[in-house]
Design a protein around this ligand. Structure first.
Ligand code: PNS
Length: 163
């Protein structure tokens, strides 16, 4: 059983995240999309909202034989991964600028948990500039985000903004 964790903030999930999950499904029997509970980060959506949105939009991808589930976690990711008996961590790398931070994290995680491998995957080129941070920024400044996130995400963002 090849089980991987795909950890992140997912605030909100983007088409780039979904693309990575879809690709990861070719490599793993099971992927747990793990939403970080981070009280320090000011978030647009709560962890419960992010998890619910993720579960909904994951219905729109074709996972093949891979089981994709959504959970949330607190604390050290490697401890969570060990508790869930995962063999690998999946992370998406868009541009070379992602690489430095991702390399640091991967090496630190390896030091903490040598048996856990980090697998870097590249999203489709059309998503190579898409980040949750920029999606939130352009949305809040009134620009369309239709091709960057699933329709449900845009809808929930509008609802949230309307209060
Ligand atoms: O989507 P993000 O915000 O880039 O994801 C970052 C994440 C959740 C993968 C990272 O912050 C993380 O693993 N946090 C949990 C705490 C932890 O293990 N920190 C040590 C990392 S070396």
């Amino acid at each position: 059983m090849r089980r991987a964790i795909y950890p992140g903030s997912f605030d909100p999930v983007t088409n780039g995240h979904l693309d990575i999950i879809q690709r990861g499904c070719k490599l793993f029997d099971e992927i747990i999309v793990a939403v970080l509970v981070n009280p320090e980060k000011t978030a647009f959506f709560t962890v419960a909202e992010r998890s619910e949105i993720l579960r909904e939009v994951l219905r729109t991808i074709d996972p093949g034989d891979c089981l994709v589930t959504v959970e949330s976690f607190e604390g050290l990711m490697v401890q969570y991964a060990a508790a869930r008996k995962a063999k690998a961590i999946v992370r998406g790398i868009r541009a070379i600028s992602d690489y430095e931070y991702e390399l640091q994290m991967a090496l630190m995680n390896r030091r903490l948990q040598p048996g856990l491998e980090t697998v870097f995957m590249m999203p489709a080129e059309e998503y190579s500039y898409v980040s949750s941070r920029l999606v939130k920024e352009v949305f809040q400044l009134g620009a369309p985000i239709a091709d960057l996130v699933p329709p449900l995400v845009e809808e929930r963002m509008r609802q949230k903004r309307a209060g």
